[in-house]
Design a protein around this ligand. Structure first.
Ligand SMILES: [Zn+2]
Length: 404
């Protein structure tokens, strides 16, 4: 038996006027997902406990079977693990975004135009983080470059006393109300302000502006955390597994849980990612000893944050056609029995452009136990109407693995 989690980050949504009062899942053409819904179990599940913020970190931990109330120590340490940065117990890590702020002279007057600096490429951002590191690295603080706009700051020996805002929560808002708080507010705010000077005439930014792309005008520090202690996925579940994802956060959960985390070239964490490469990686992992693969797509979430209605629908359709379809064909070719869990980690509704903590719809299909619900389609409303409710996201893994 092979087990697959197909995770469309932020895929669930609210009914939207731009879609005629429907959700992206309602209108997306996704015949392969729907066919599994008709032959599987459908329901809703709460992935984010009330005590925690609805981040992809918390929600993906939960879907991977780890109770976030027990295992969550912050987002950035998971990303650090994926980036191969070793942490001491006394280190605090932070996400360092490259963002586009508006051009007012006073930092606090600026507006958060783009938390992703135009989804800046990894090659470009590596140059920019190099300049940031040259200017800012000390014995206490160091910067490491990651993927696209997502980078890392490590602080050796600070105390955990921070109040920091995720930049994707303040899209289109003035930053004044959202500047760093806590004991080290001045130091972190100071780095963010000084970064504007360093980046102002940076050749990468000049080139991006010439090409009509958003420049990286500032760093934005948030997502503090300490080294996690995540139990081995294999020891917990008795199954060897892999994680295939573009984003360090999700890969980091895999690394910390001792799963295999293959690198796939050309993945972006957006709608335009290397679908073929990811599918190939999934099939390779199954052929090379993994019985469980966690396949993660970030595209729907990014479109949700950007308020990109069309893009979000397309992201879902591509997951269906460019990922699920070839994987189903591969399972057939391998002649293996299989179980597939399809779900988002959390909703990223287009209307609010950030994550919410609502329960999310899931489909659980098992080739050895097909159901017959010809009227099922995979939508928020239909999943809710089944009345099947799973209280905690971390229970789903046992259901997928047939232990419950
Ligand atoms: Zn998100």
């Amino acid at each position: 038996m092979k087990y697959l989690v197909l995770l469309g980050d932020g895929m669930a949504d609210y009914k939207n006027d731009a879609l005629g009062g429907k959700t992206p899942l309602d209108v997306a053409n996704k015949p392969y997902i729907d066919s599994l819904a008709k032959k599987g179990i459908m329901g809703t599940v709460k992935t984010v406990p009330d005590s925690l913020k609805p981040g992809s970190d918390v929600a993906n931990l939960s879907v991977m079977g780890y109770n976030p109330e027990k295992y969550y120590t912050g987002r950035s340490p998971l990303e650090a693990a994926s980036m191969g940065v070793k942490l001491l117990p006394t280190d605090i890590t932070f996400r360092c975004n490259l963002v586009t702020l508006s051009s007012e002279a006073v930092y606090e007057d600026k507006t958060m135009l783009d938390y992703s600096a135009g989804e800046i490429t990894t090659a470009e951002s590596a140059e920019i983080i190099k300049s940031i590191a040259t200017a800012f690295n000390t014995n206490e603080i160091e910067f490491h470059s990651g993927i696209s706009y997502r980078h890392l700051m490590v602080w050796h020996g600070a105390e955990m006393d921070f109040d920091l805002t995720p930049p994707h929560d303040i899209s289109g808002k003035k930053v004044a109300e959202h500047m760093p708080g806590g004991k080290y507010a001045d130091i972190i705010g100071g780095l963010m302000k000084k970064s504007v000077e360093i980046l102002k005439d940076h050749p990468i930014n000049k080139s991006r502006i010439e090409r009509g792309l958003n420049p990286a005008t500032s760093i934005w520090i948030w997502g503090e955390g300490t080294a996690p202690a995540i139990d081995s996925f294999y020891e917990k579940n008795g199954v060897r597994g892999s994680v295939v994802s573009a984003v360090d956060l999700v890969k980091g959960i895999g690394v910390c849980g001792g799963l295999n985390v293959p690198e796939v070239e050309g993945v972006t964490g957006t709608l335009n990612t290397n679908y073929e490469g990811k599918v190939e990686a999934v099939i390779n992992e199954f052929k090379n000893g993994s019985d469980f693969v966690y396949l993660h797509f970030e595209g729907p979430d990014e479109c949700g944050h950007q308020g990109d209605v069309k893009g979000k629908v397309t992201a879902i359709e591509r997951i269906d056609k460019l990922a699920l379809k070839p994987i189903l064909e591969a399972f057939k070719k391998m002649g293996e029995d299989y179980a597939i869990l399809i779900m988002p980690d959390h909703p990223t509704p287009l209307s609010v452009r950030t994550h919410t903590r609502d329960a999310v719809p899931f489909v659980l299909y098992r080739s050895t136990d097909e159901k017959n619900n010809p009227d099922y389609v995979y939508t928020e409303e239909r999943a809710e109407a089944t009345g099947v409710k799973v209280a905690h996201g971390y229970e789903l893994i046992s259901m997928l693995l047939g232990k419950k």
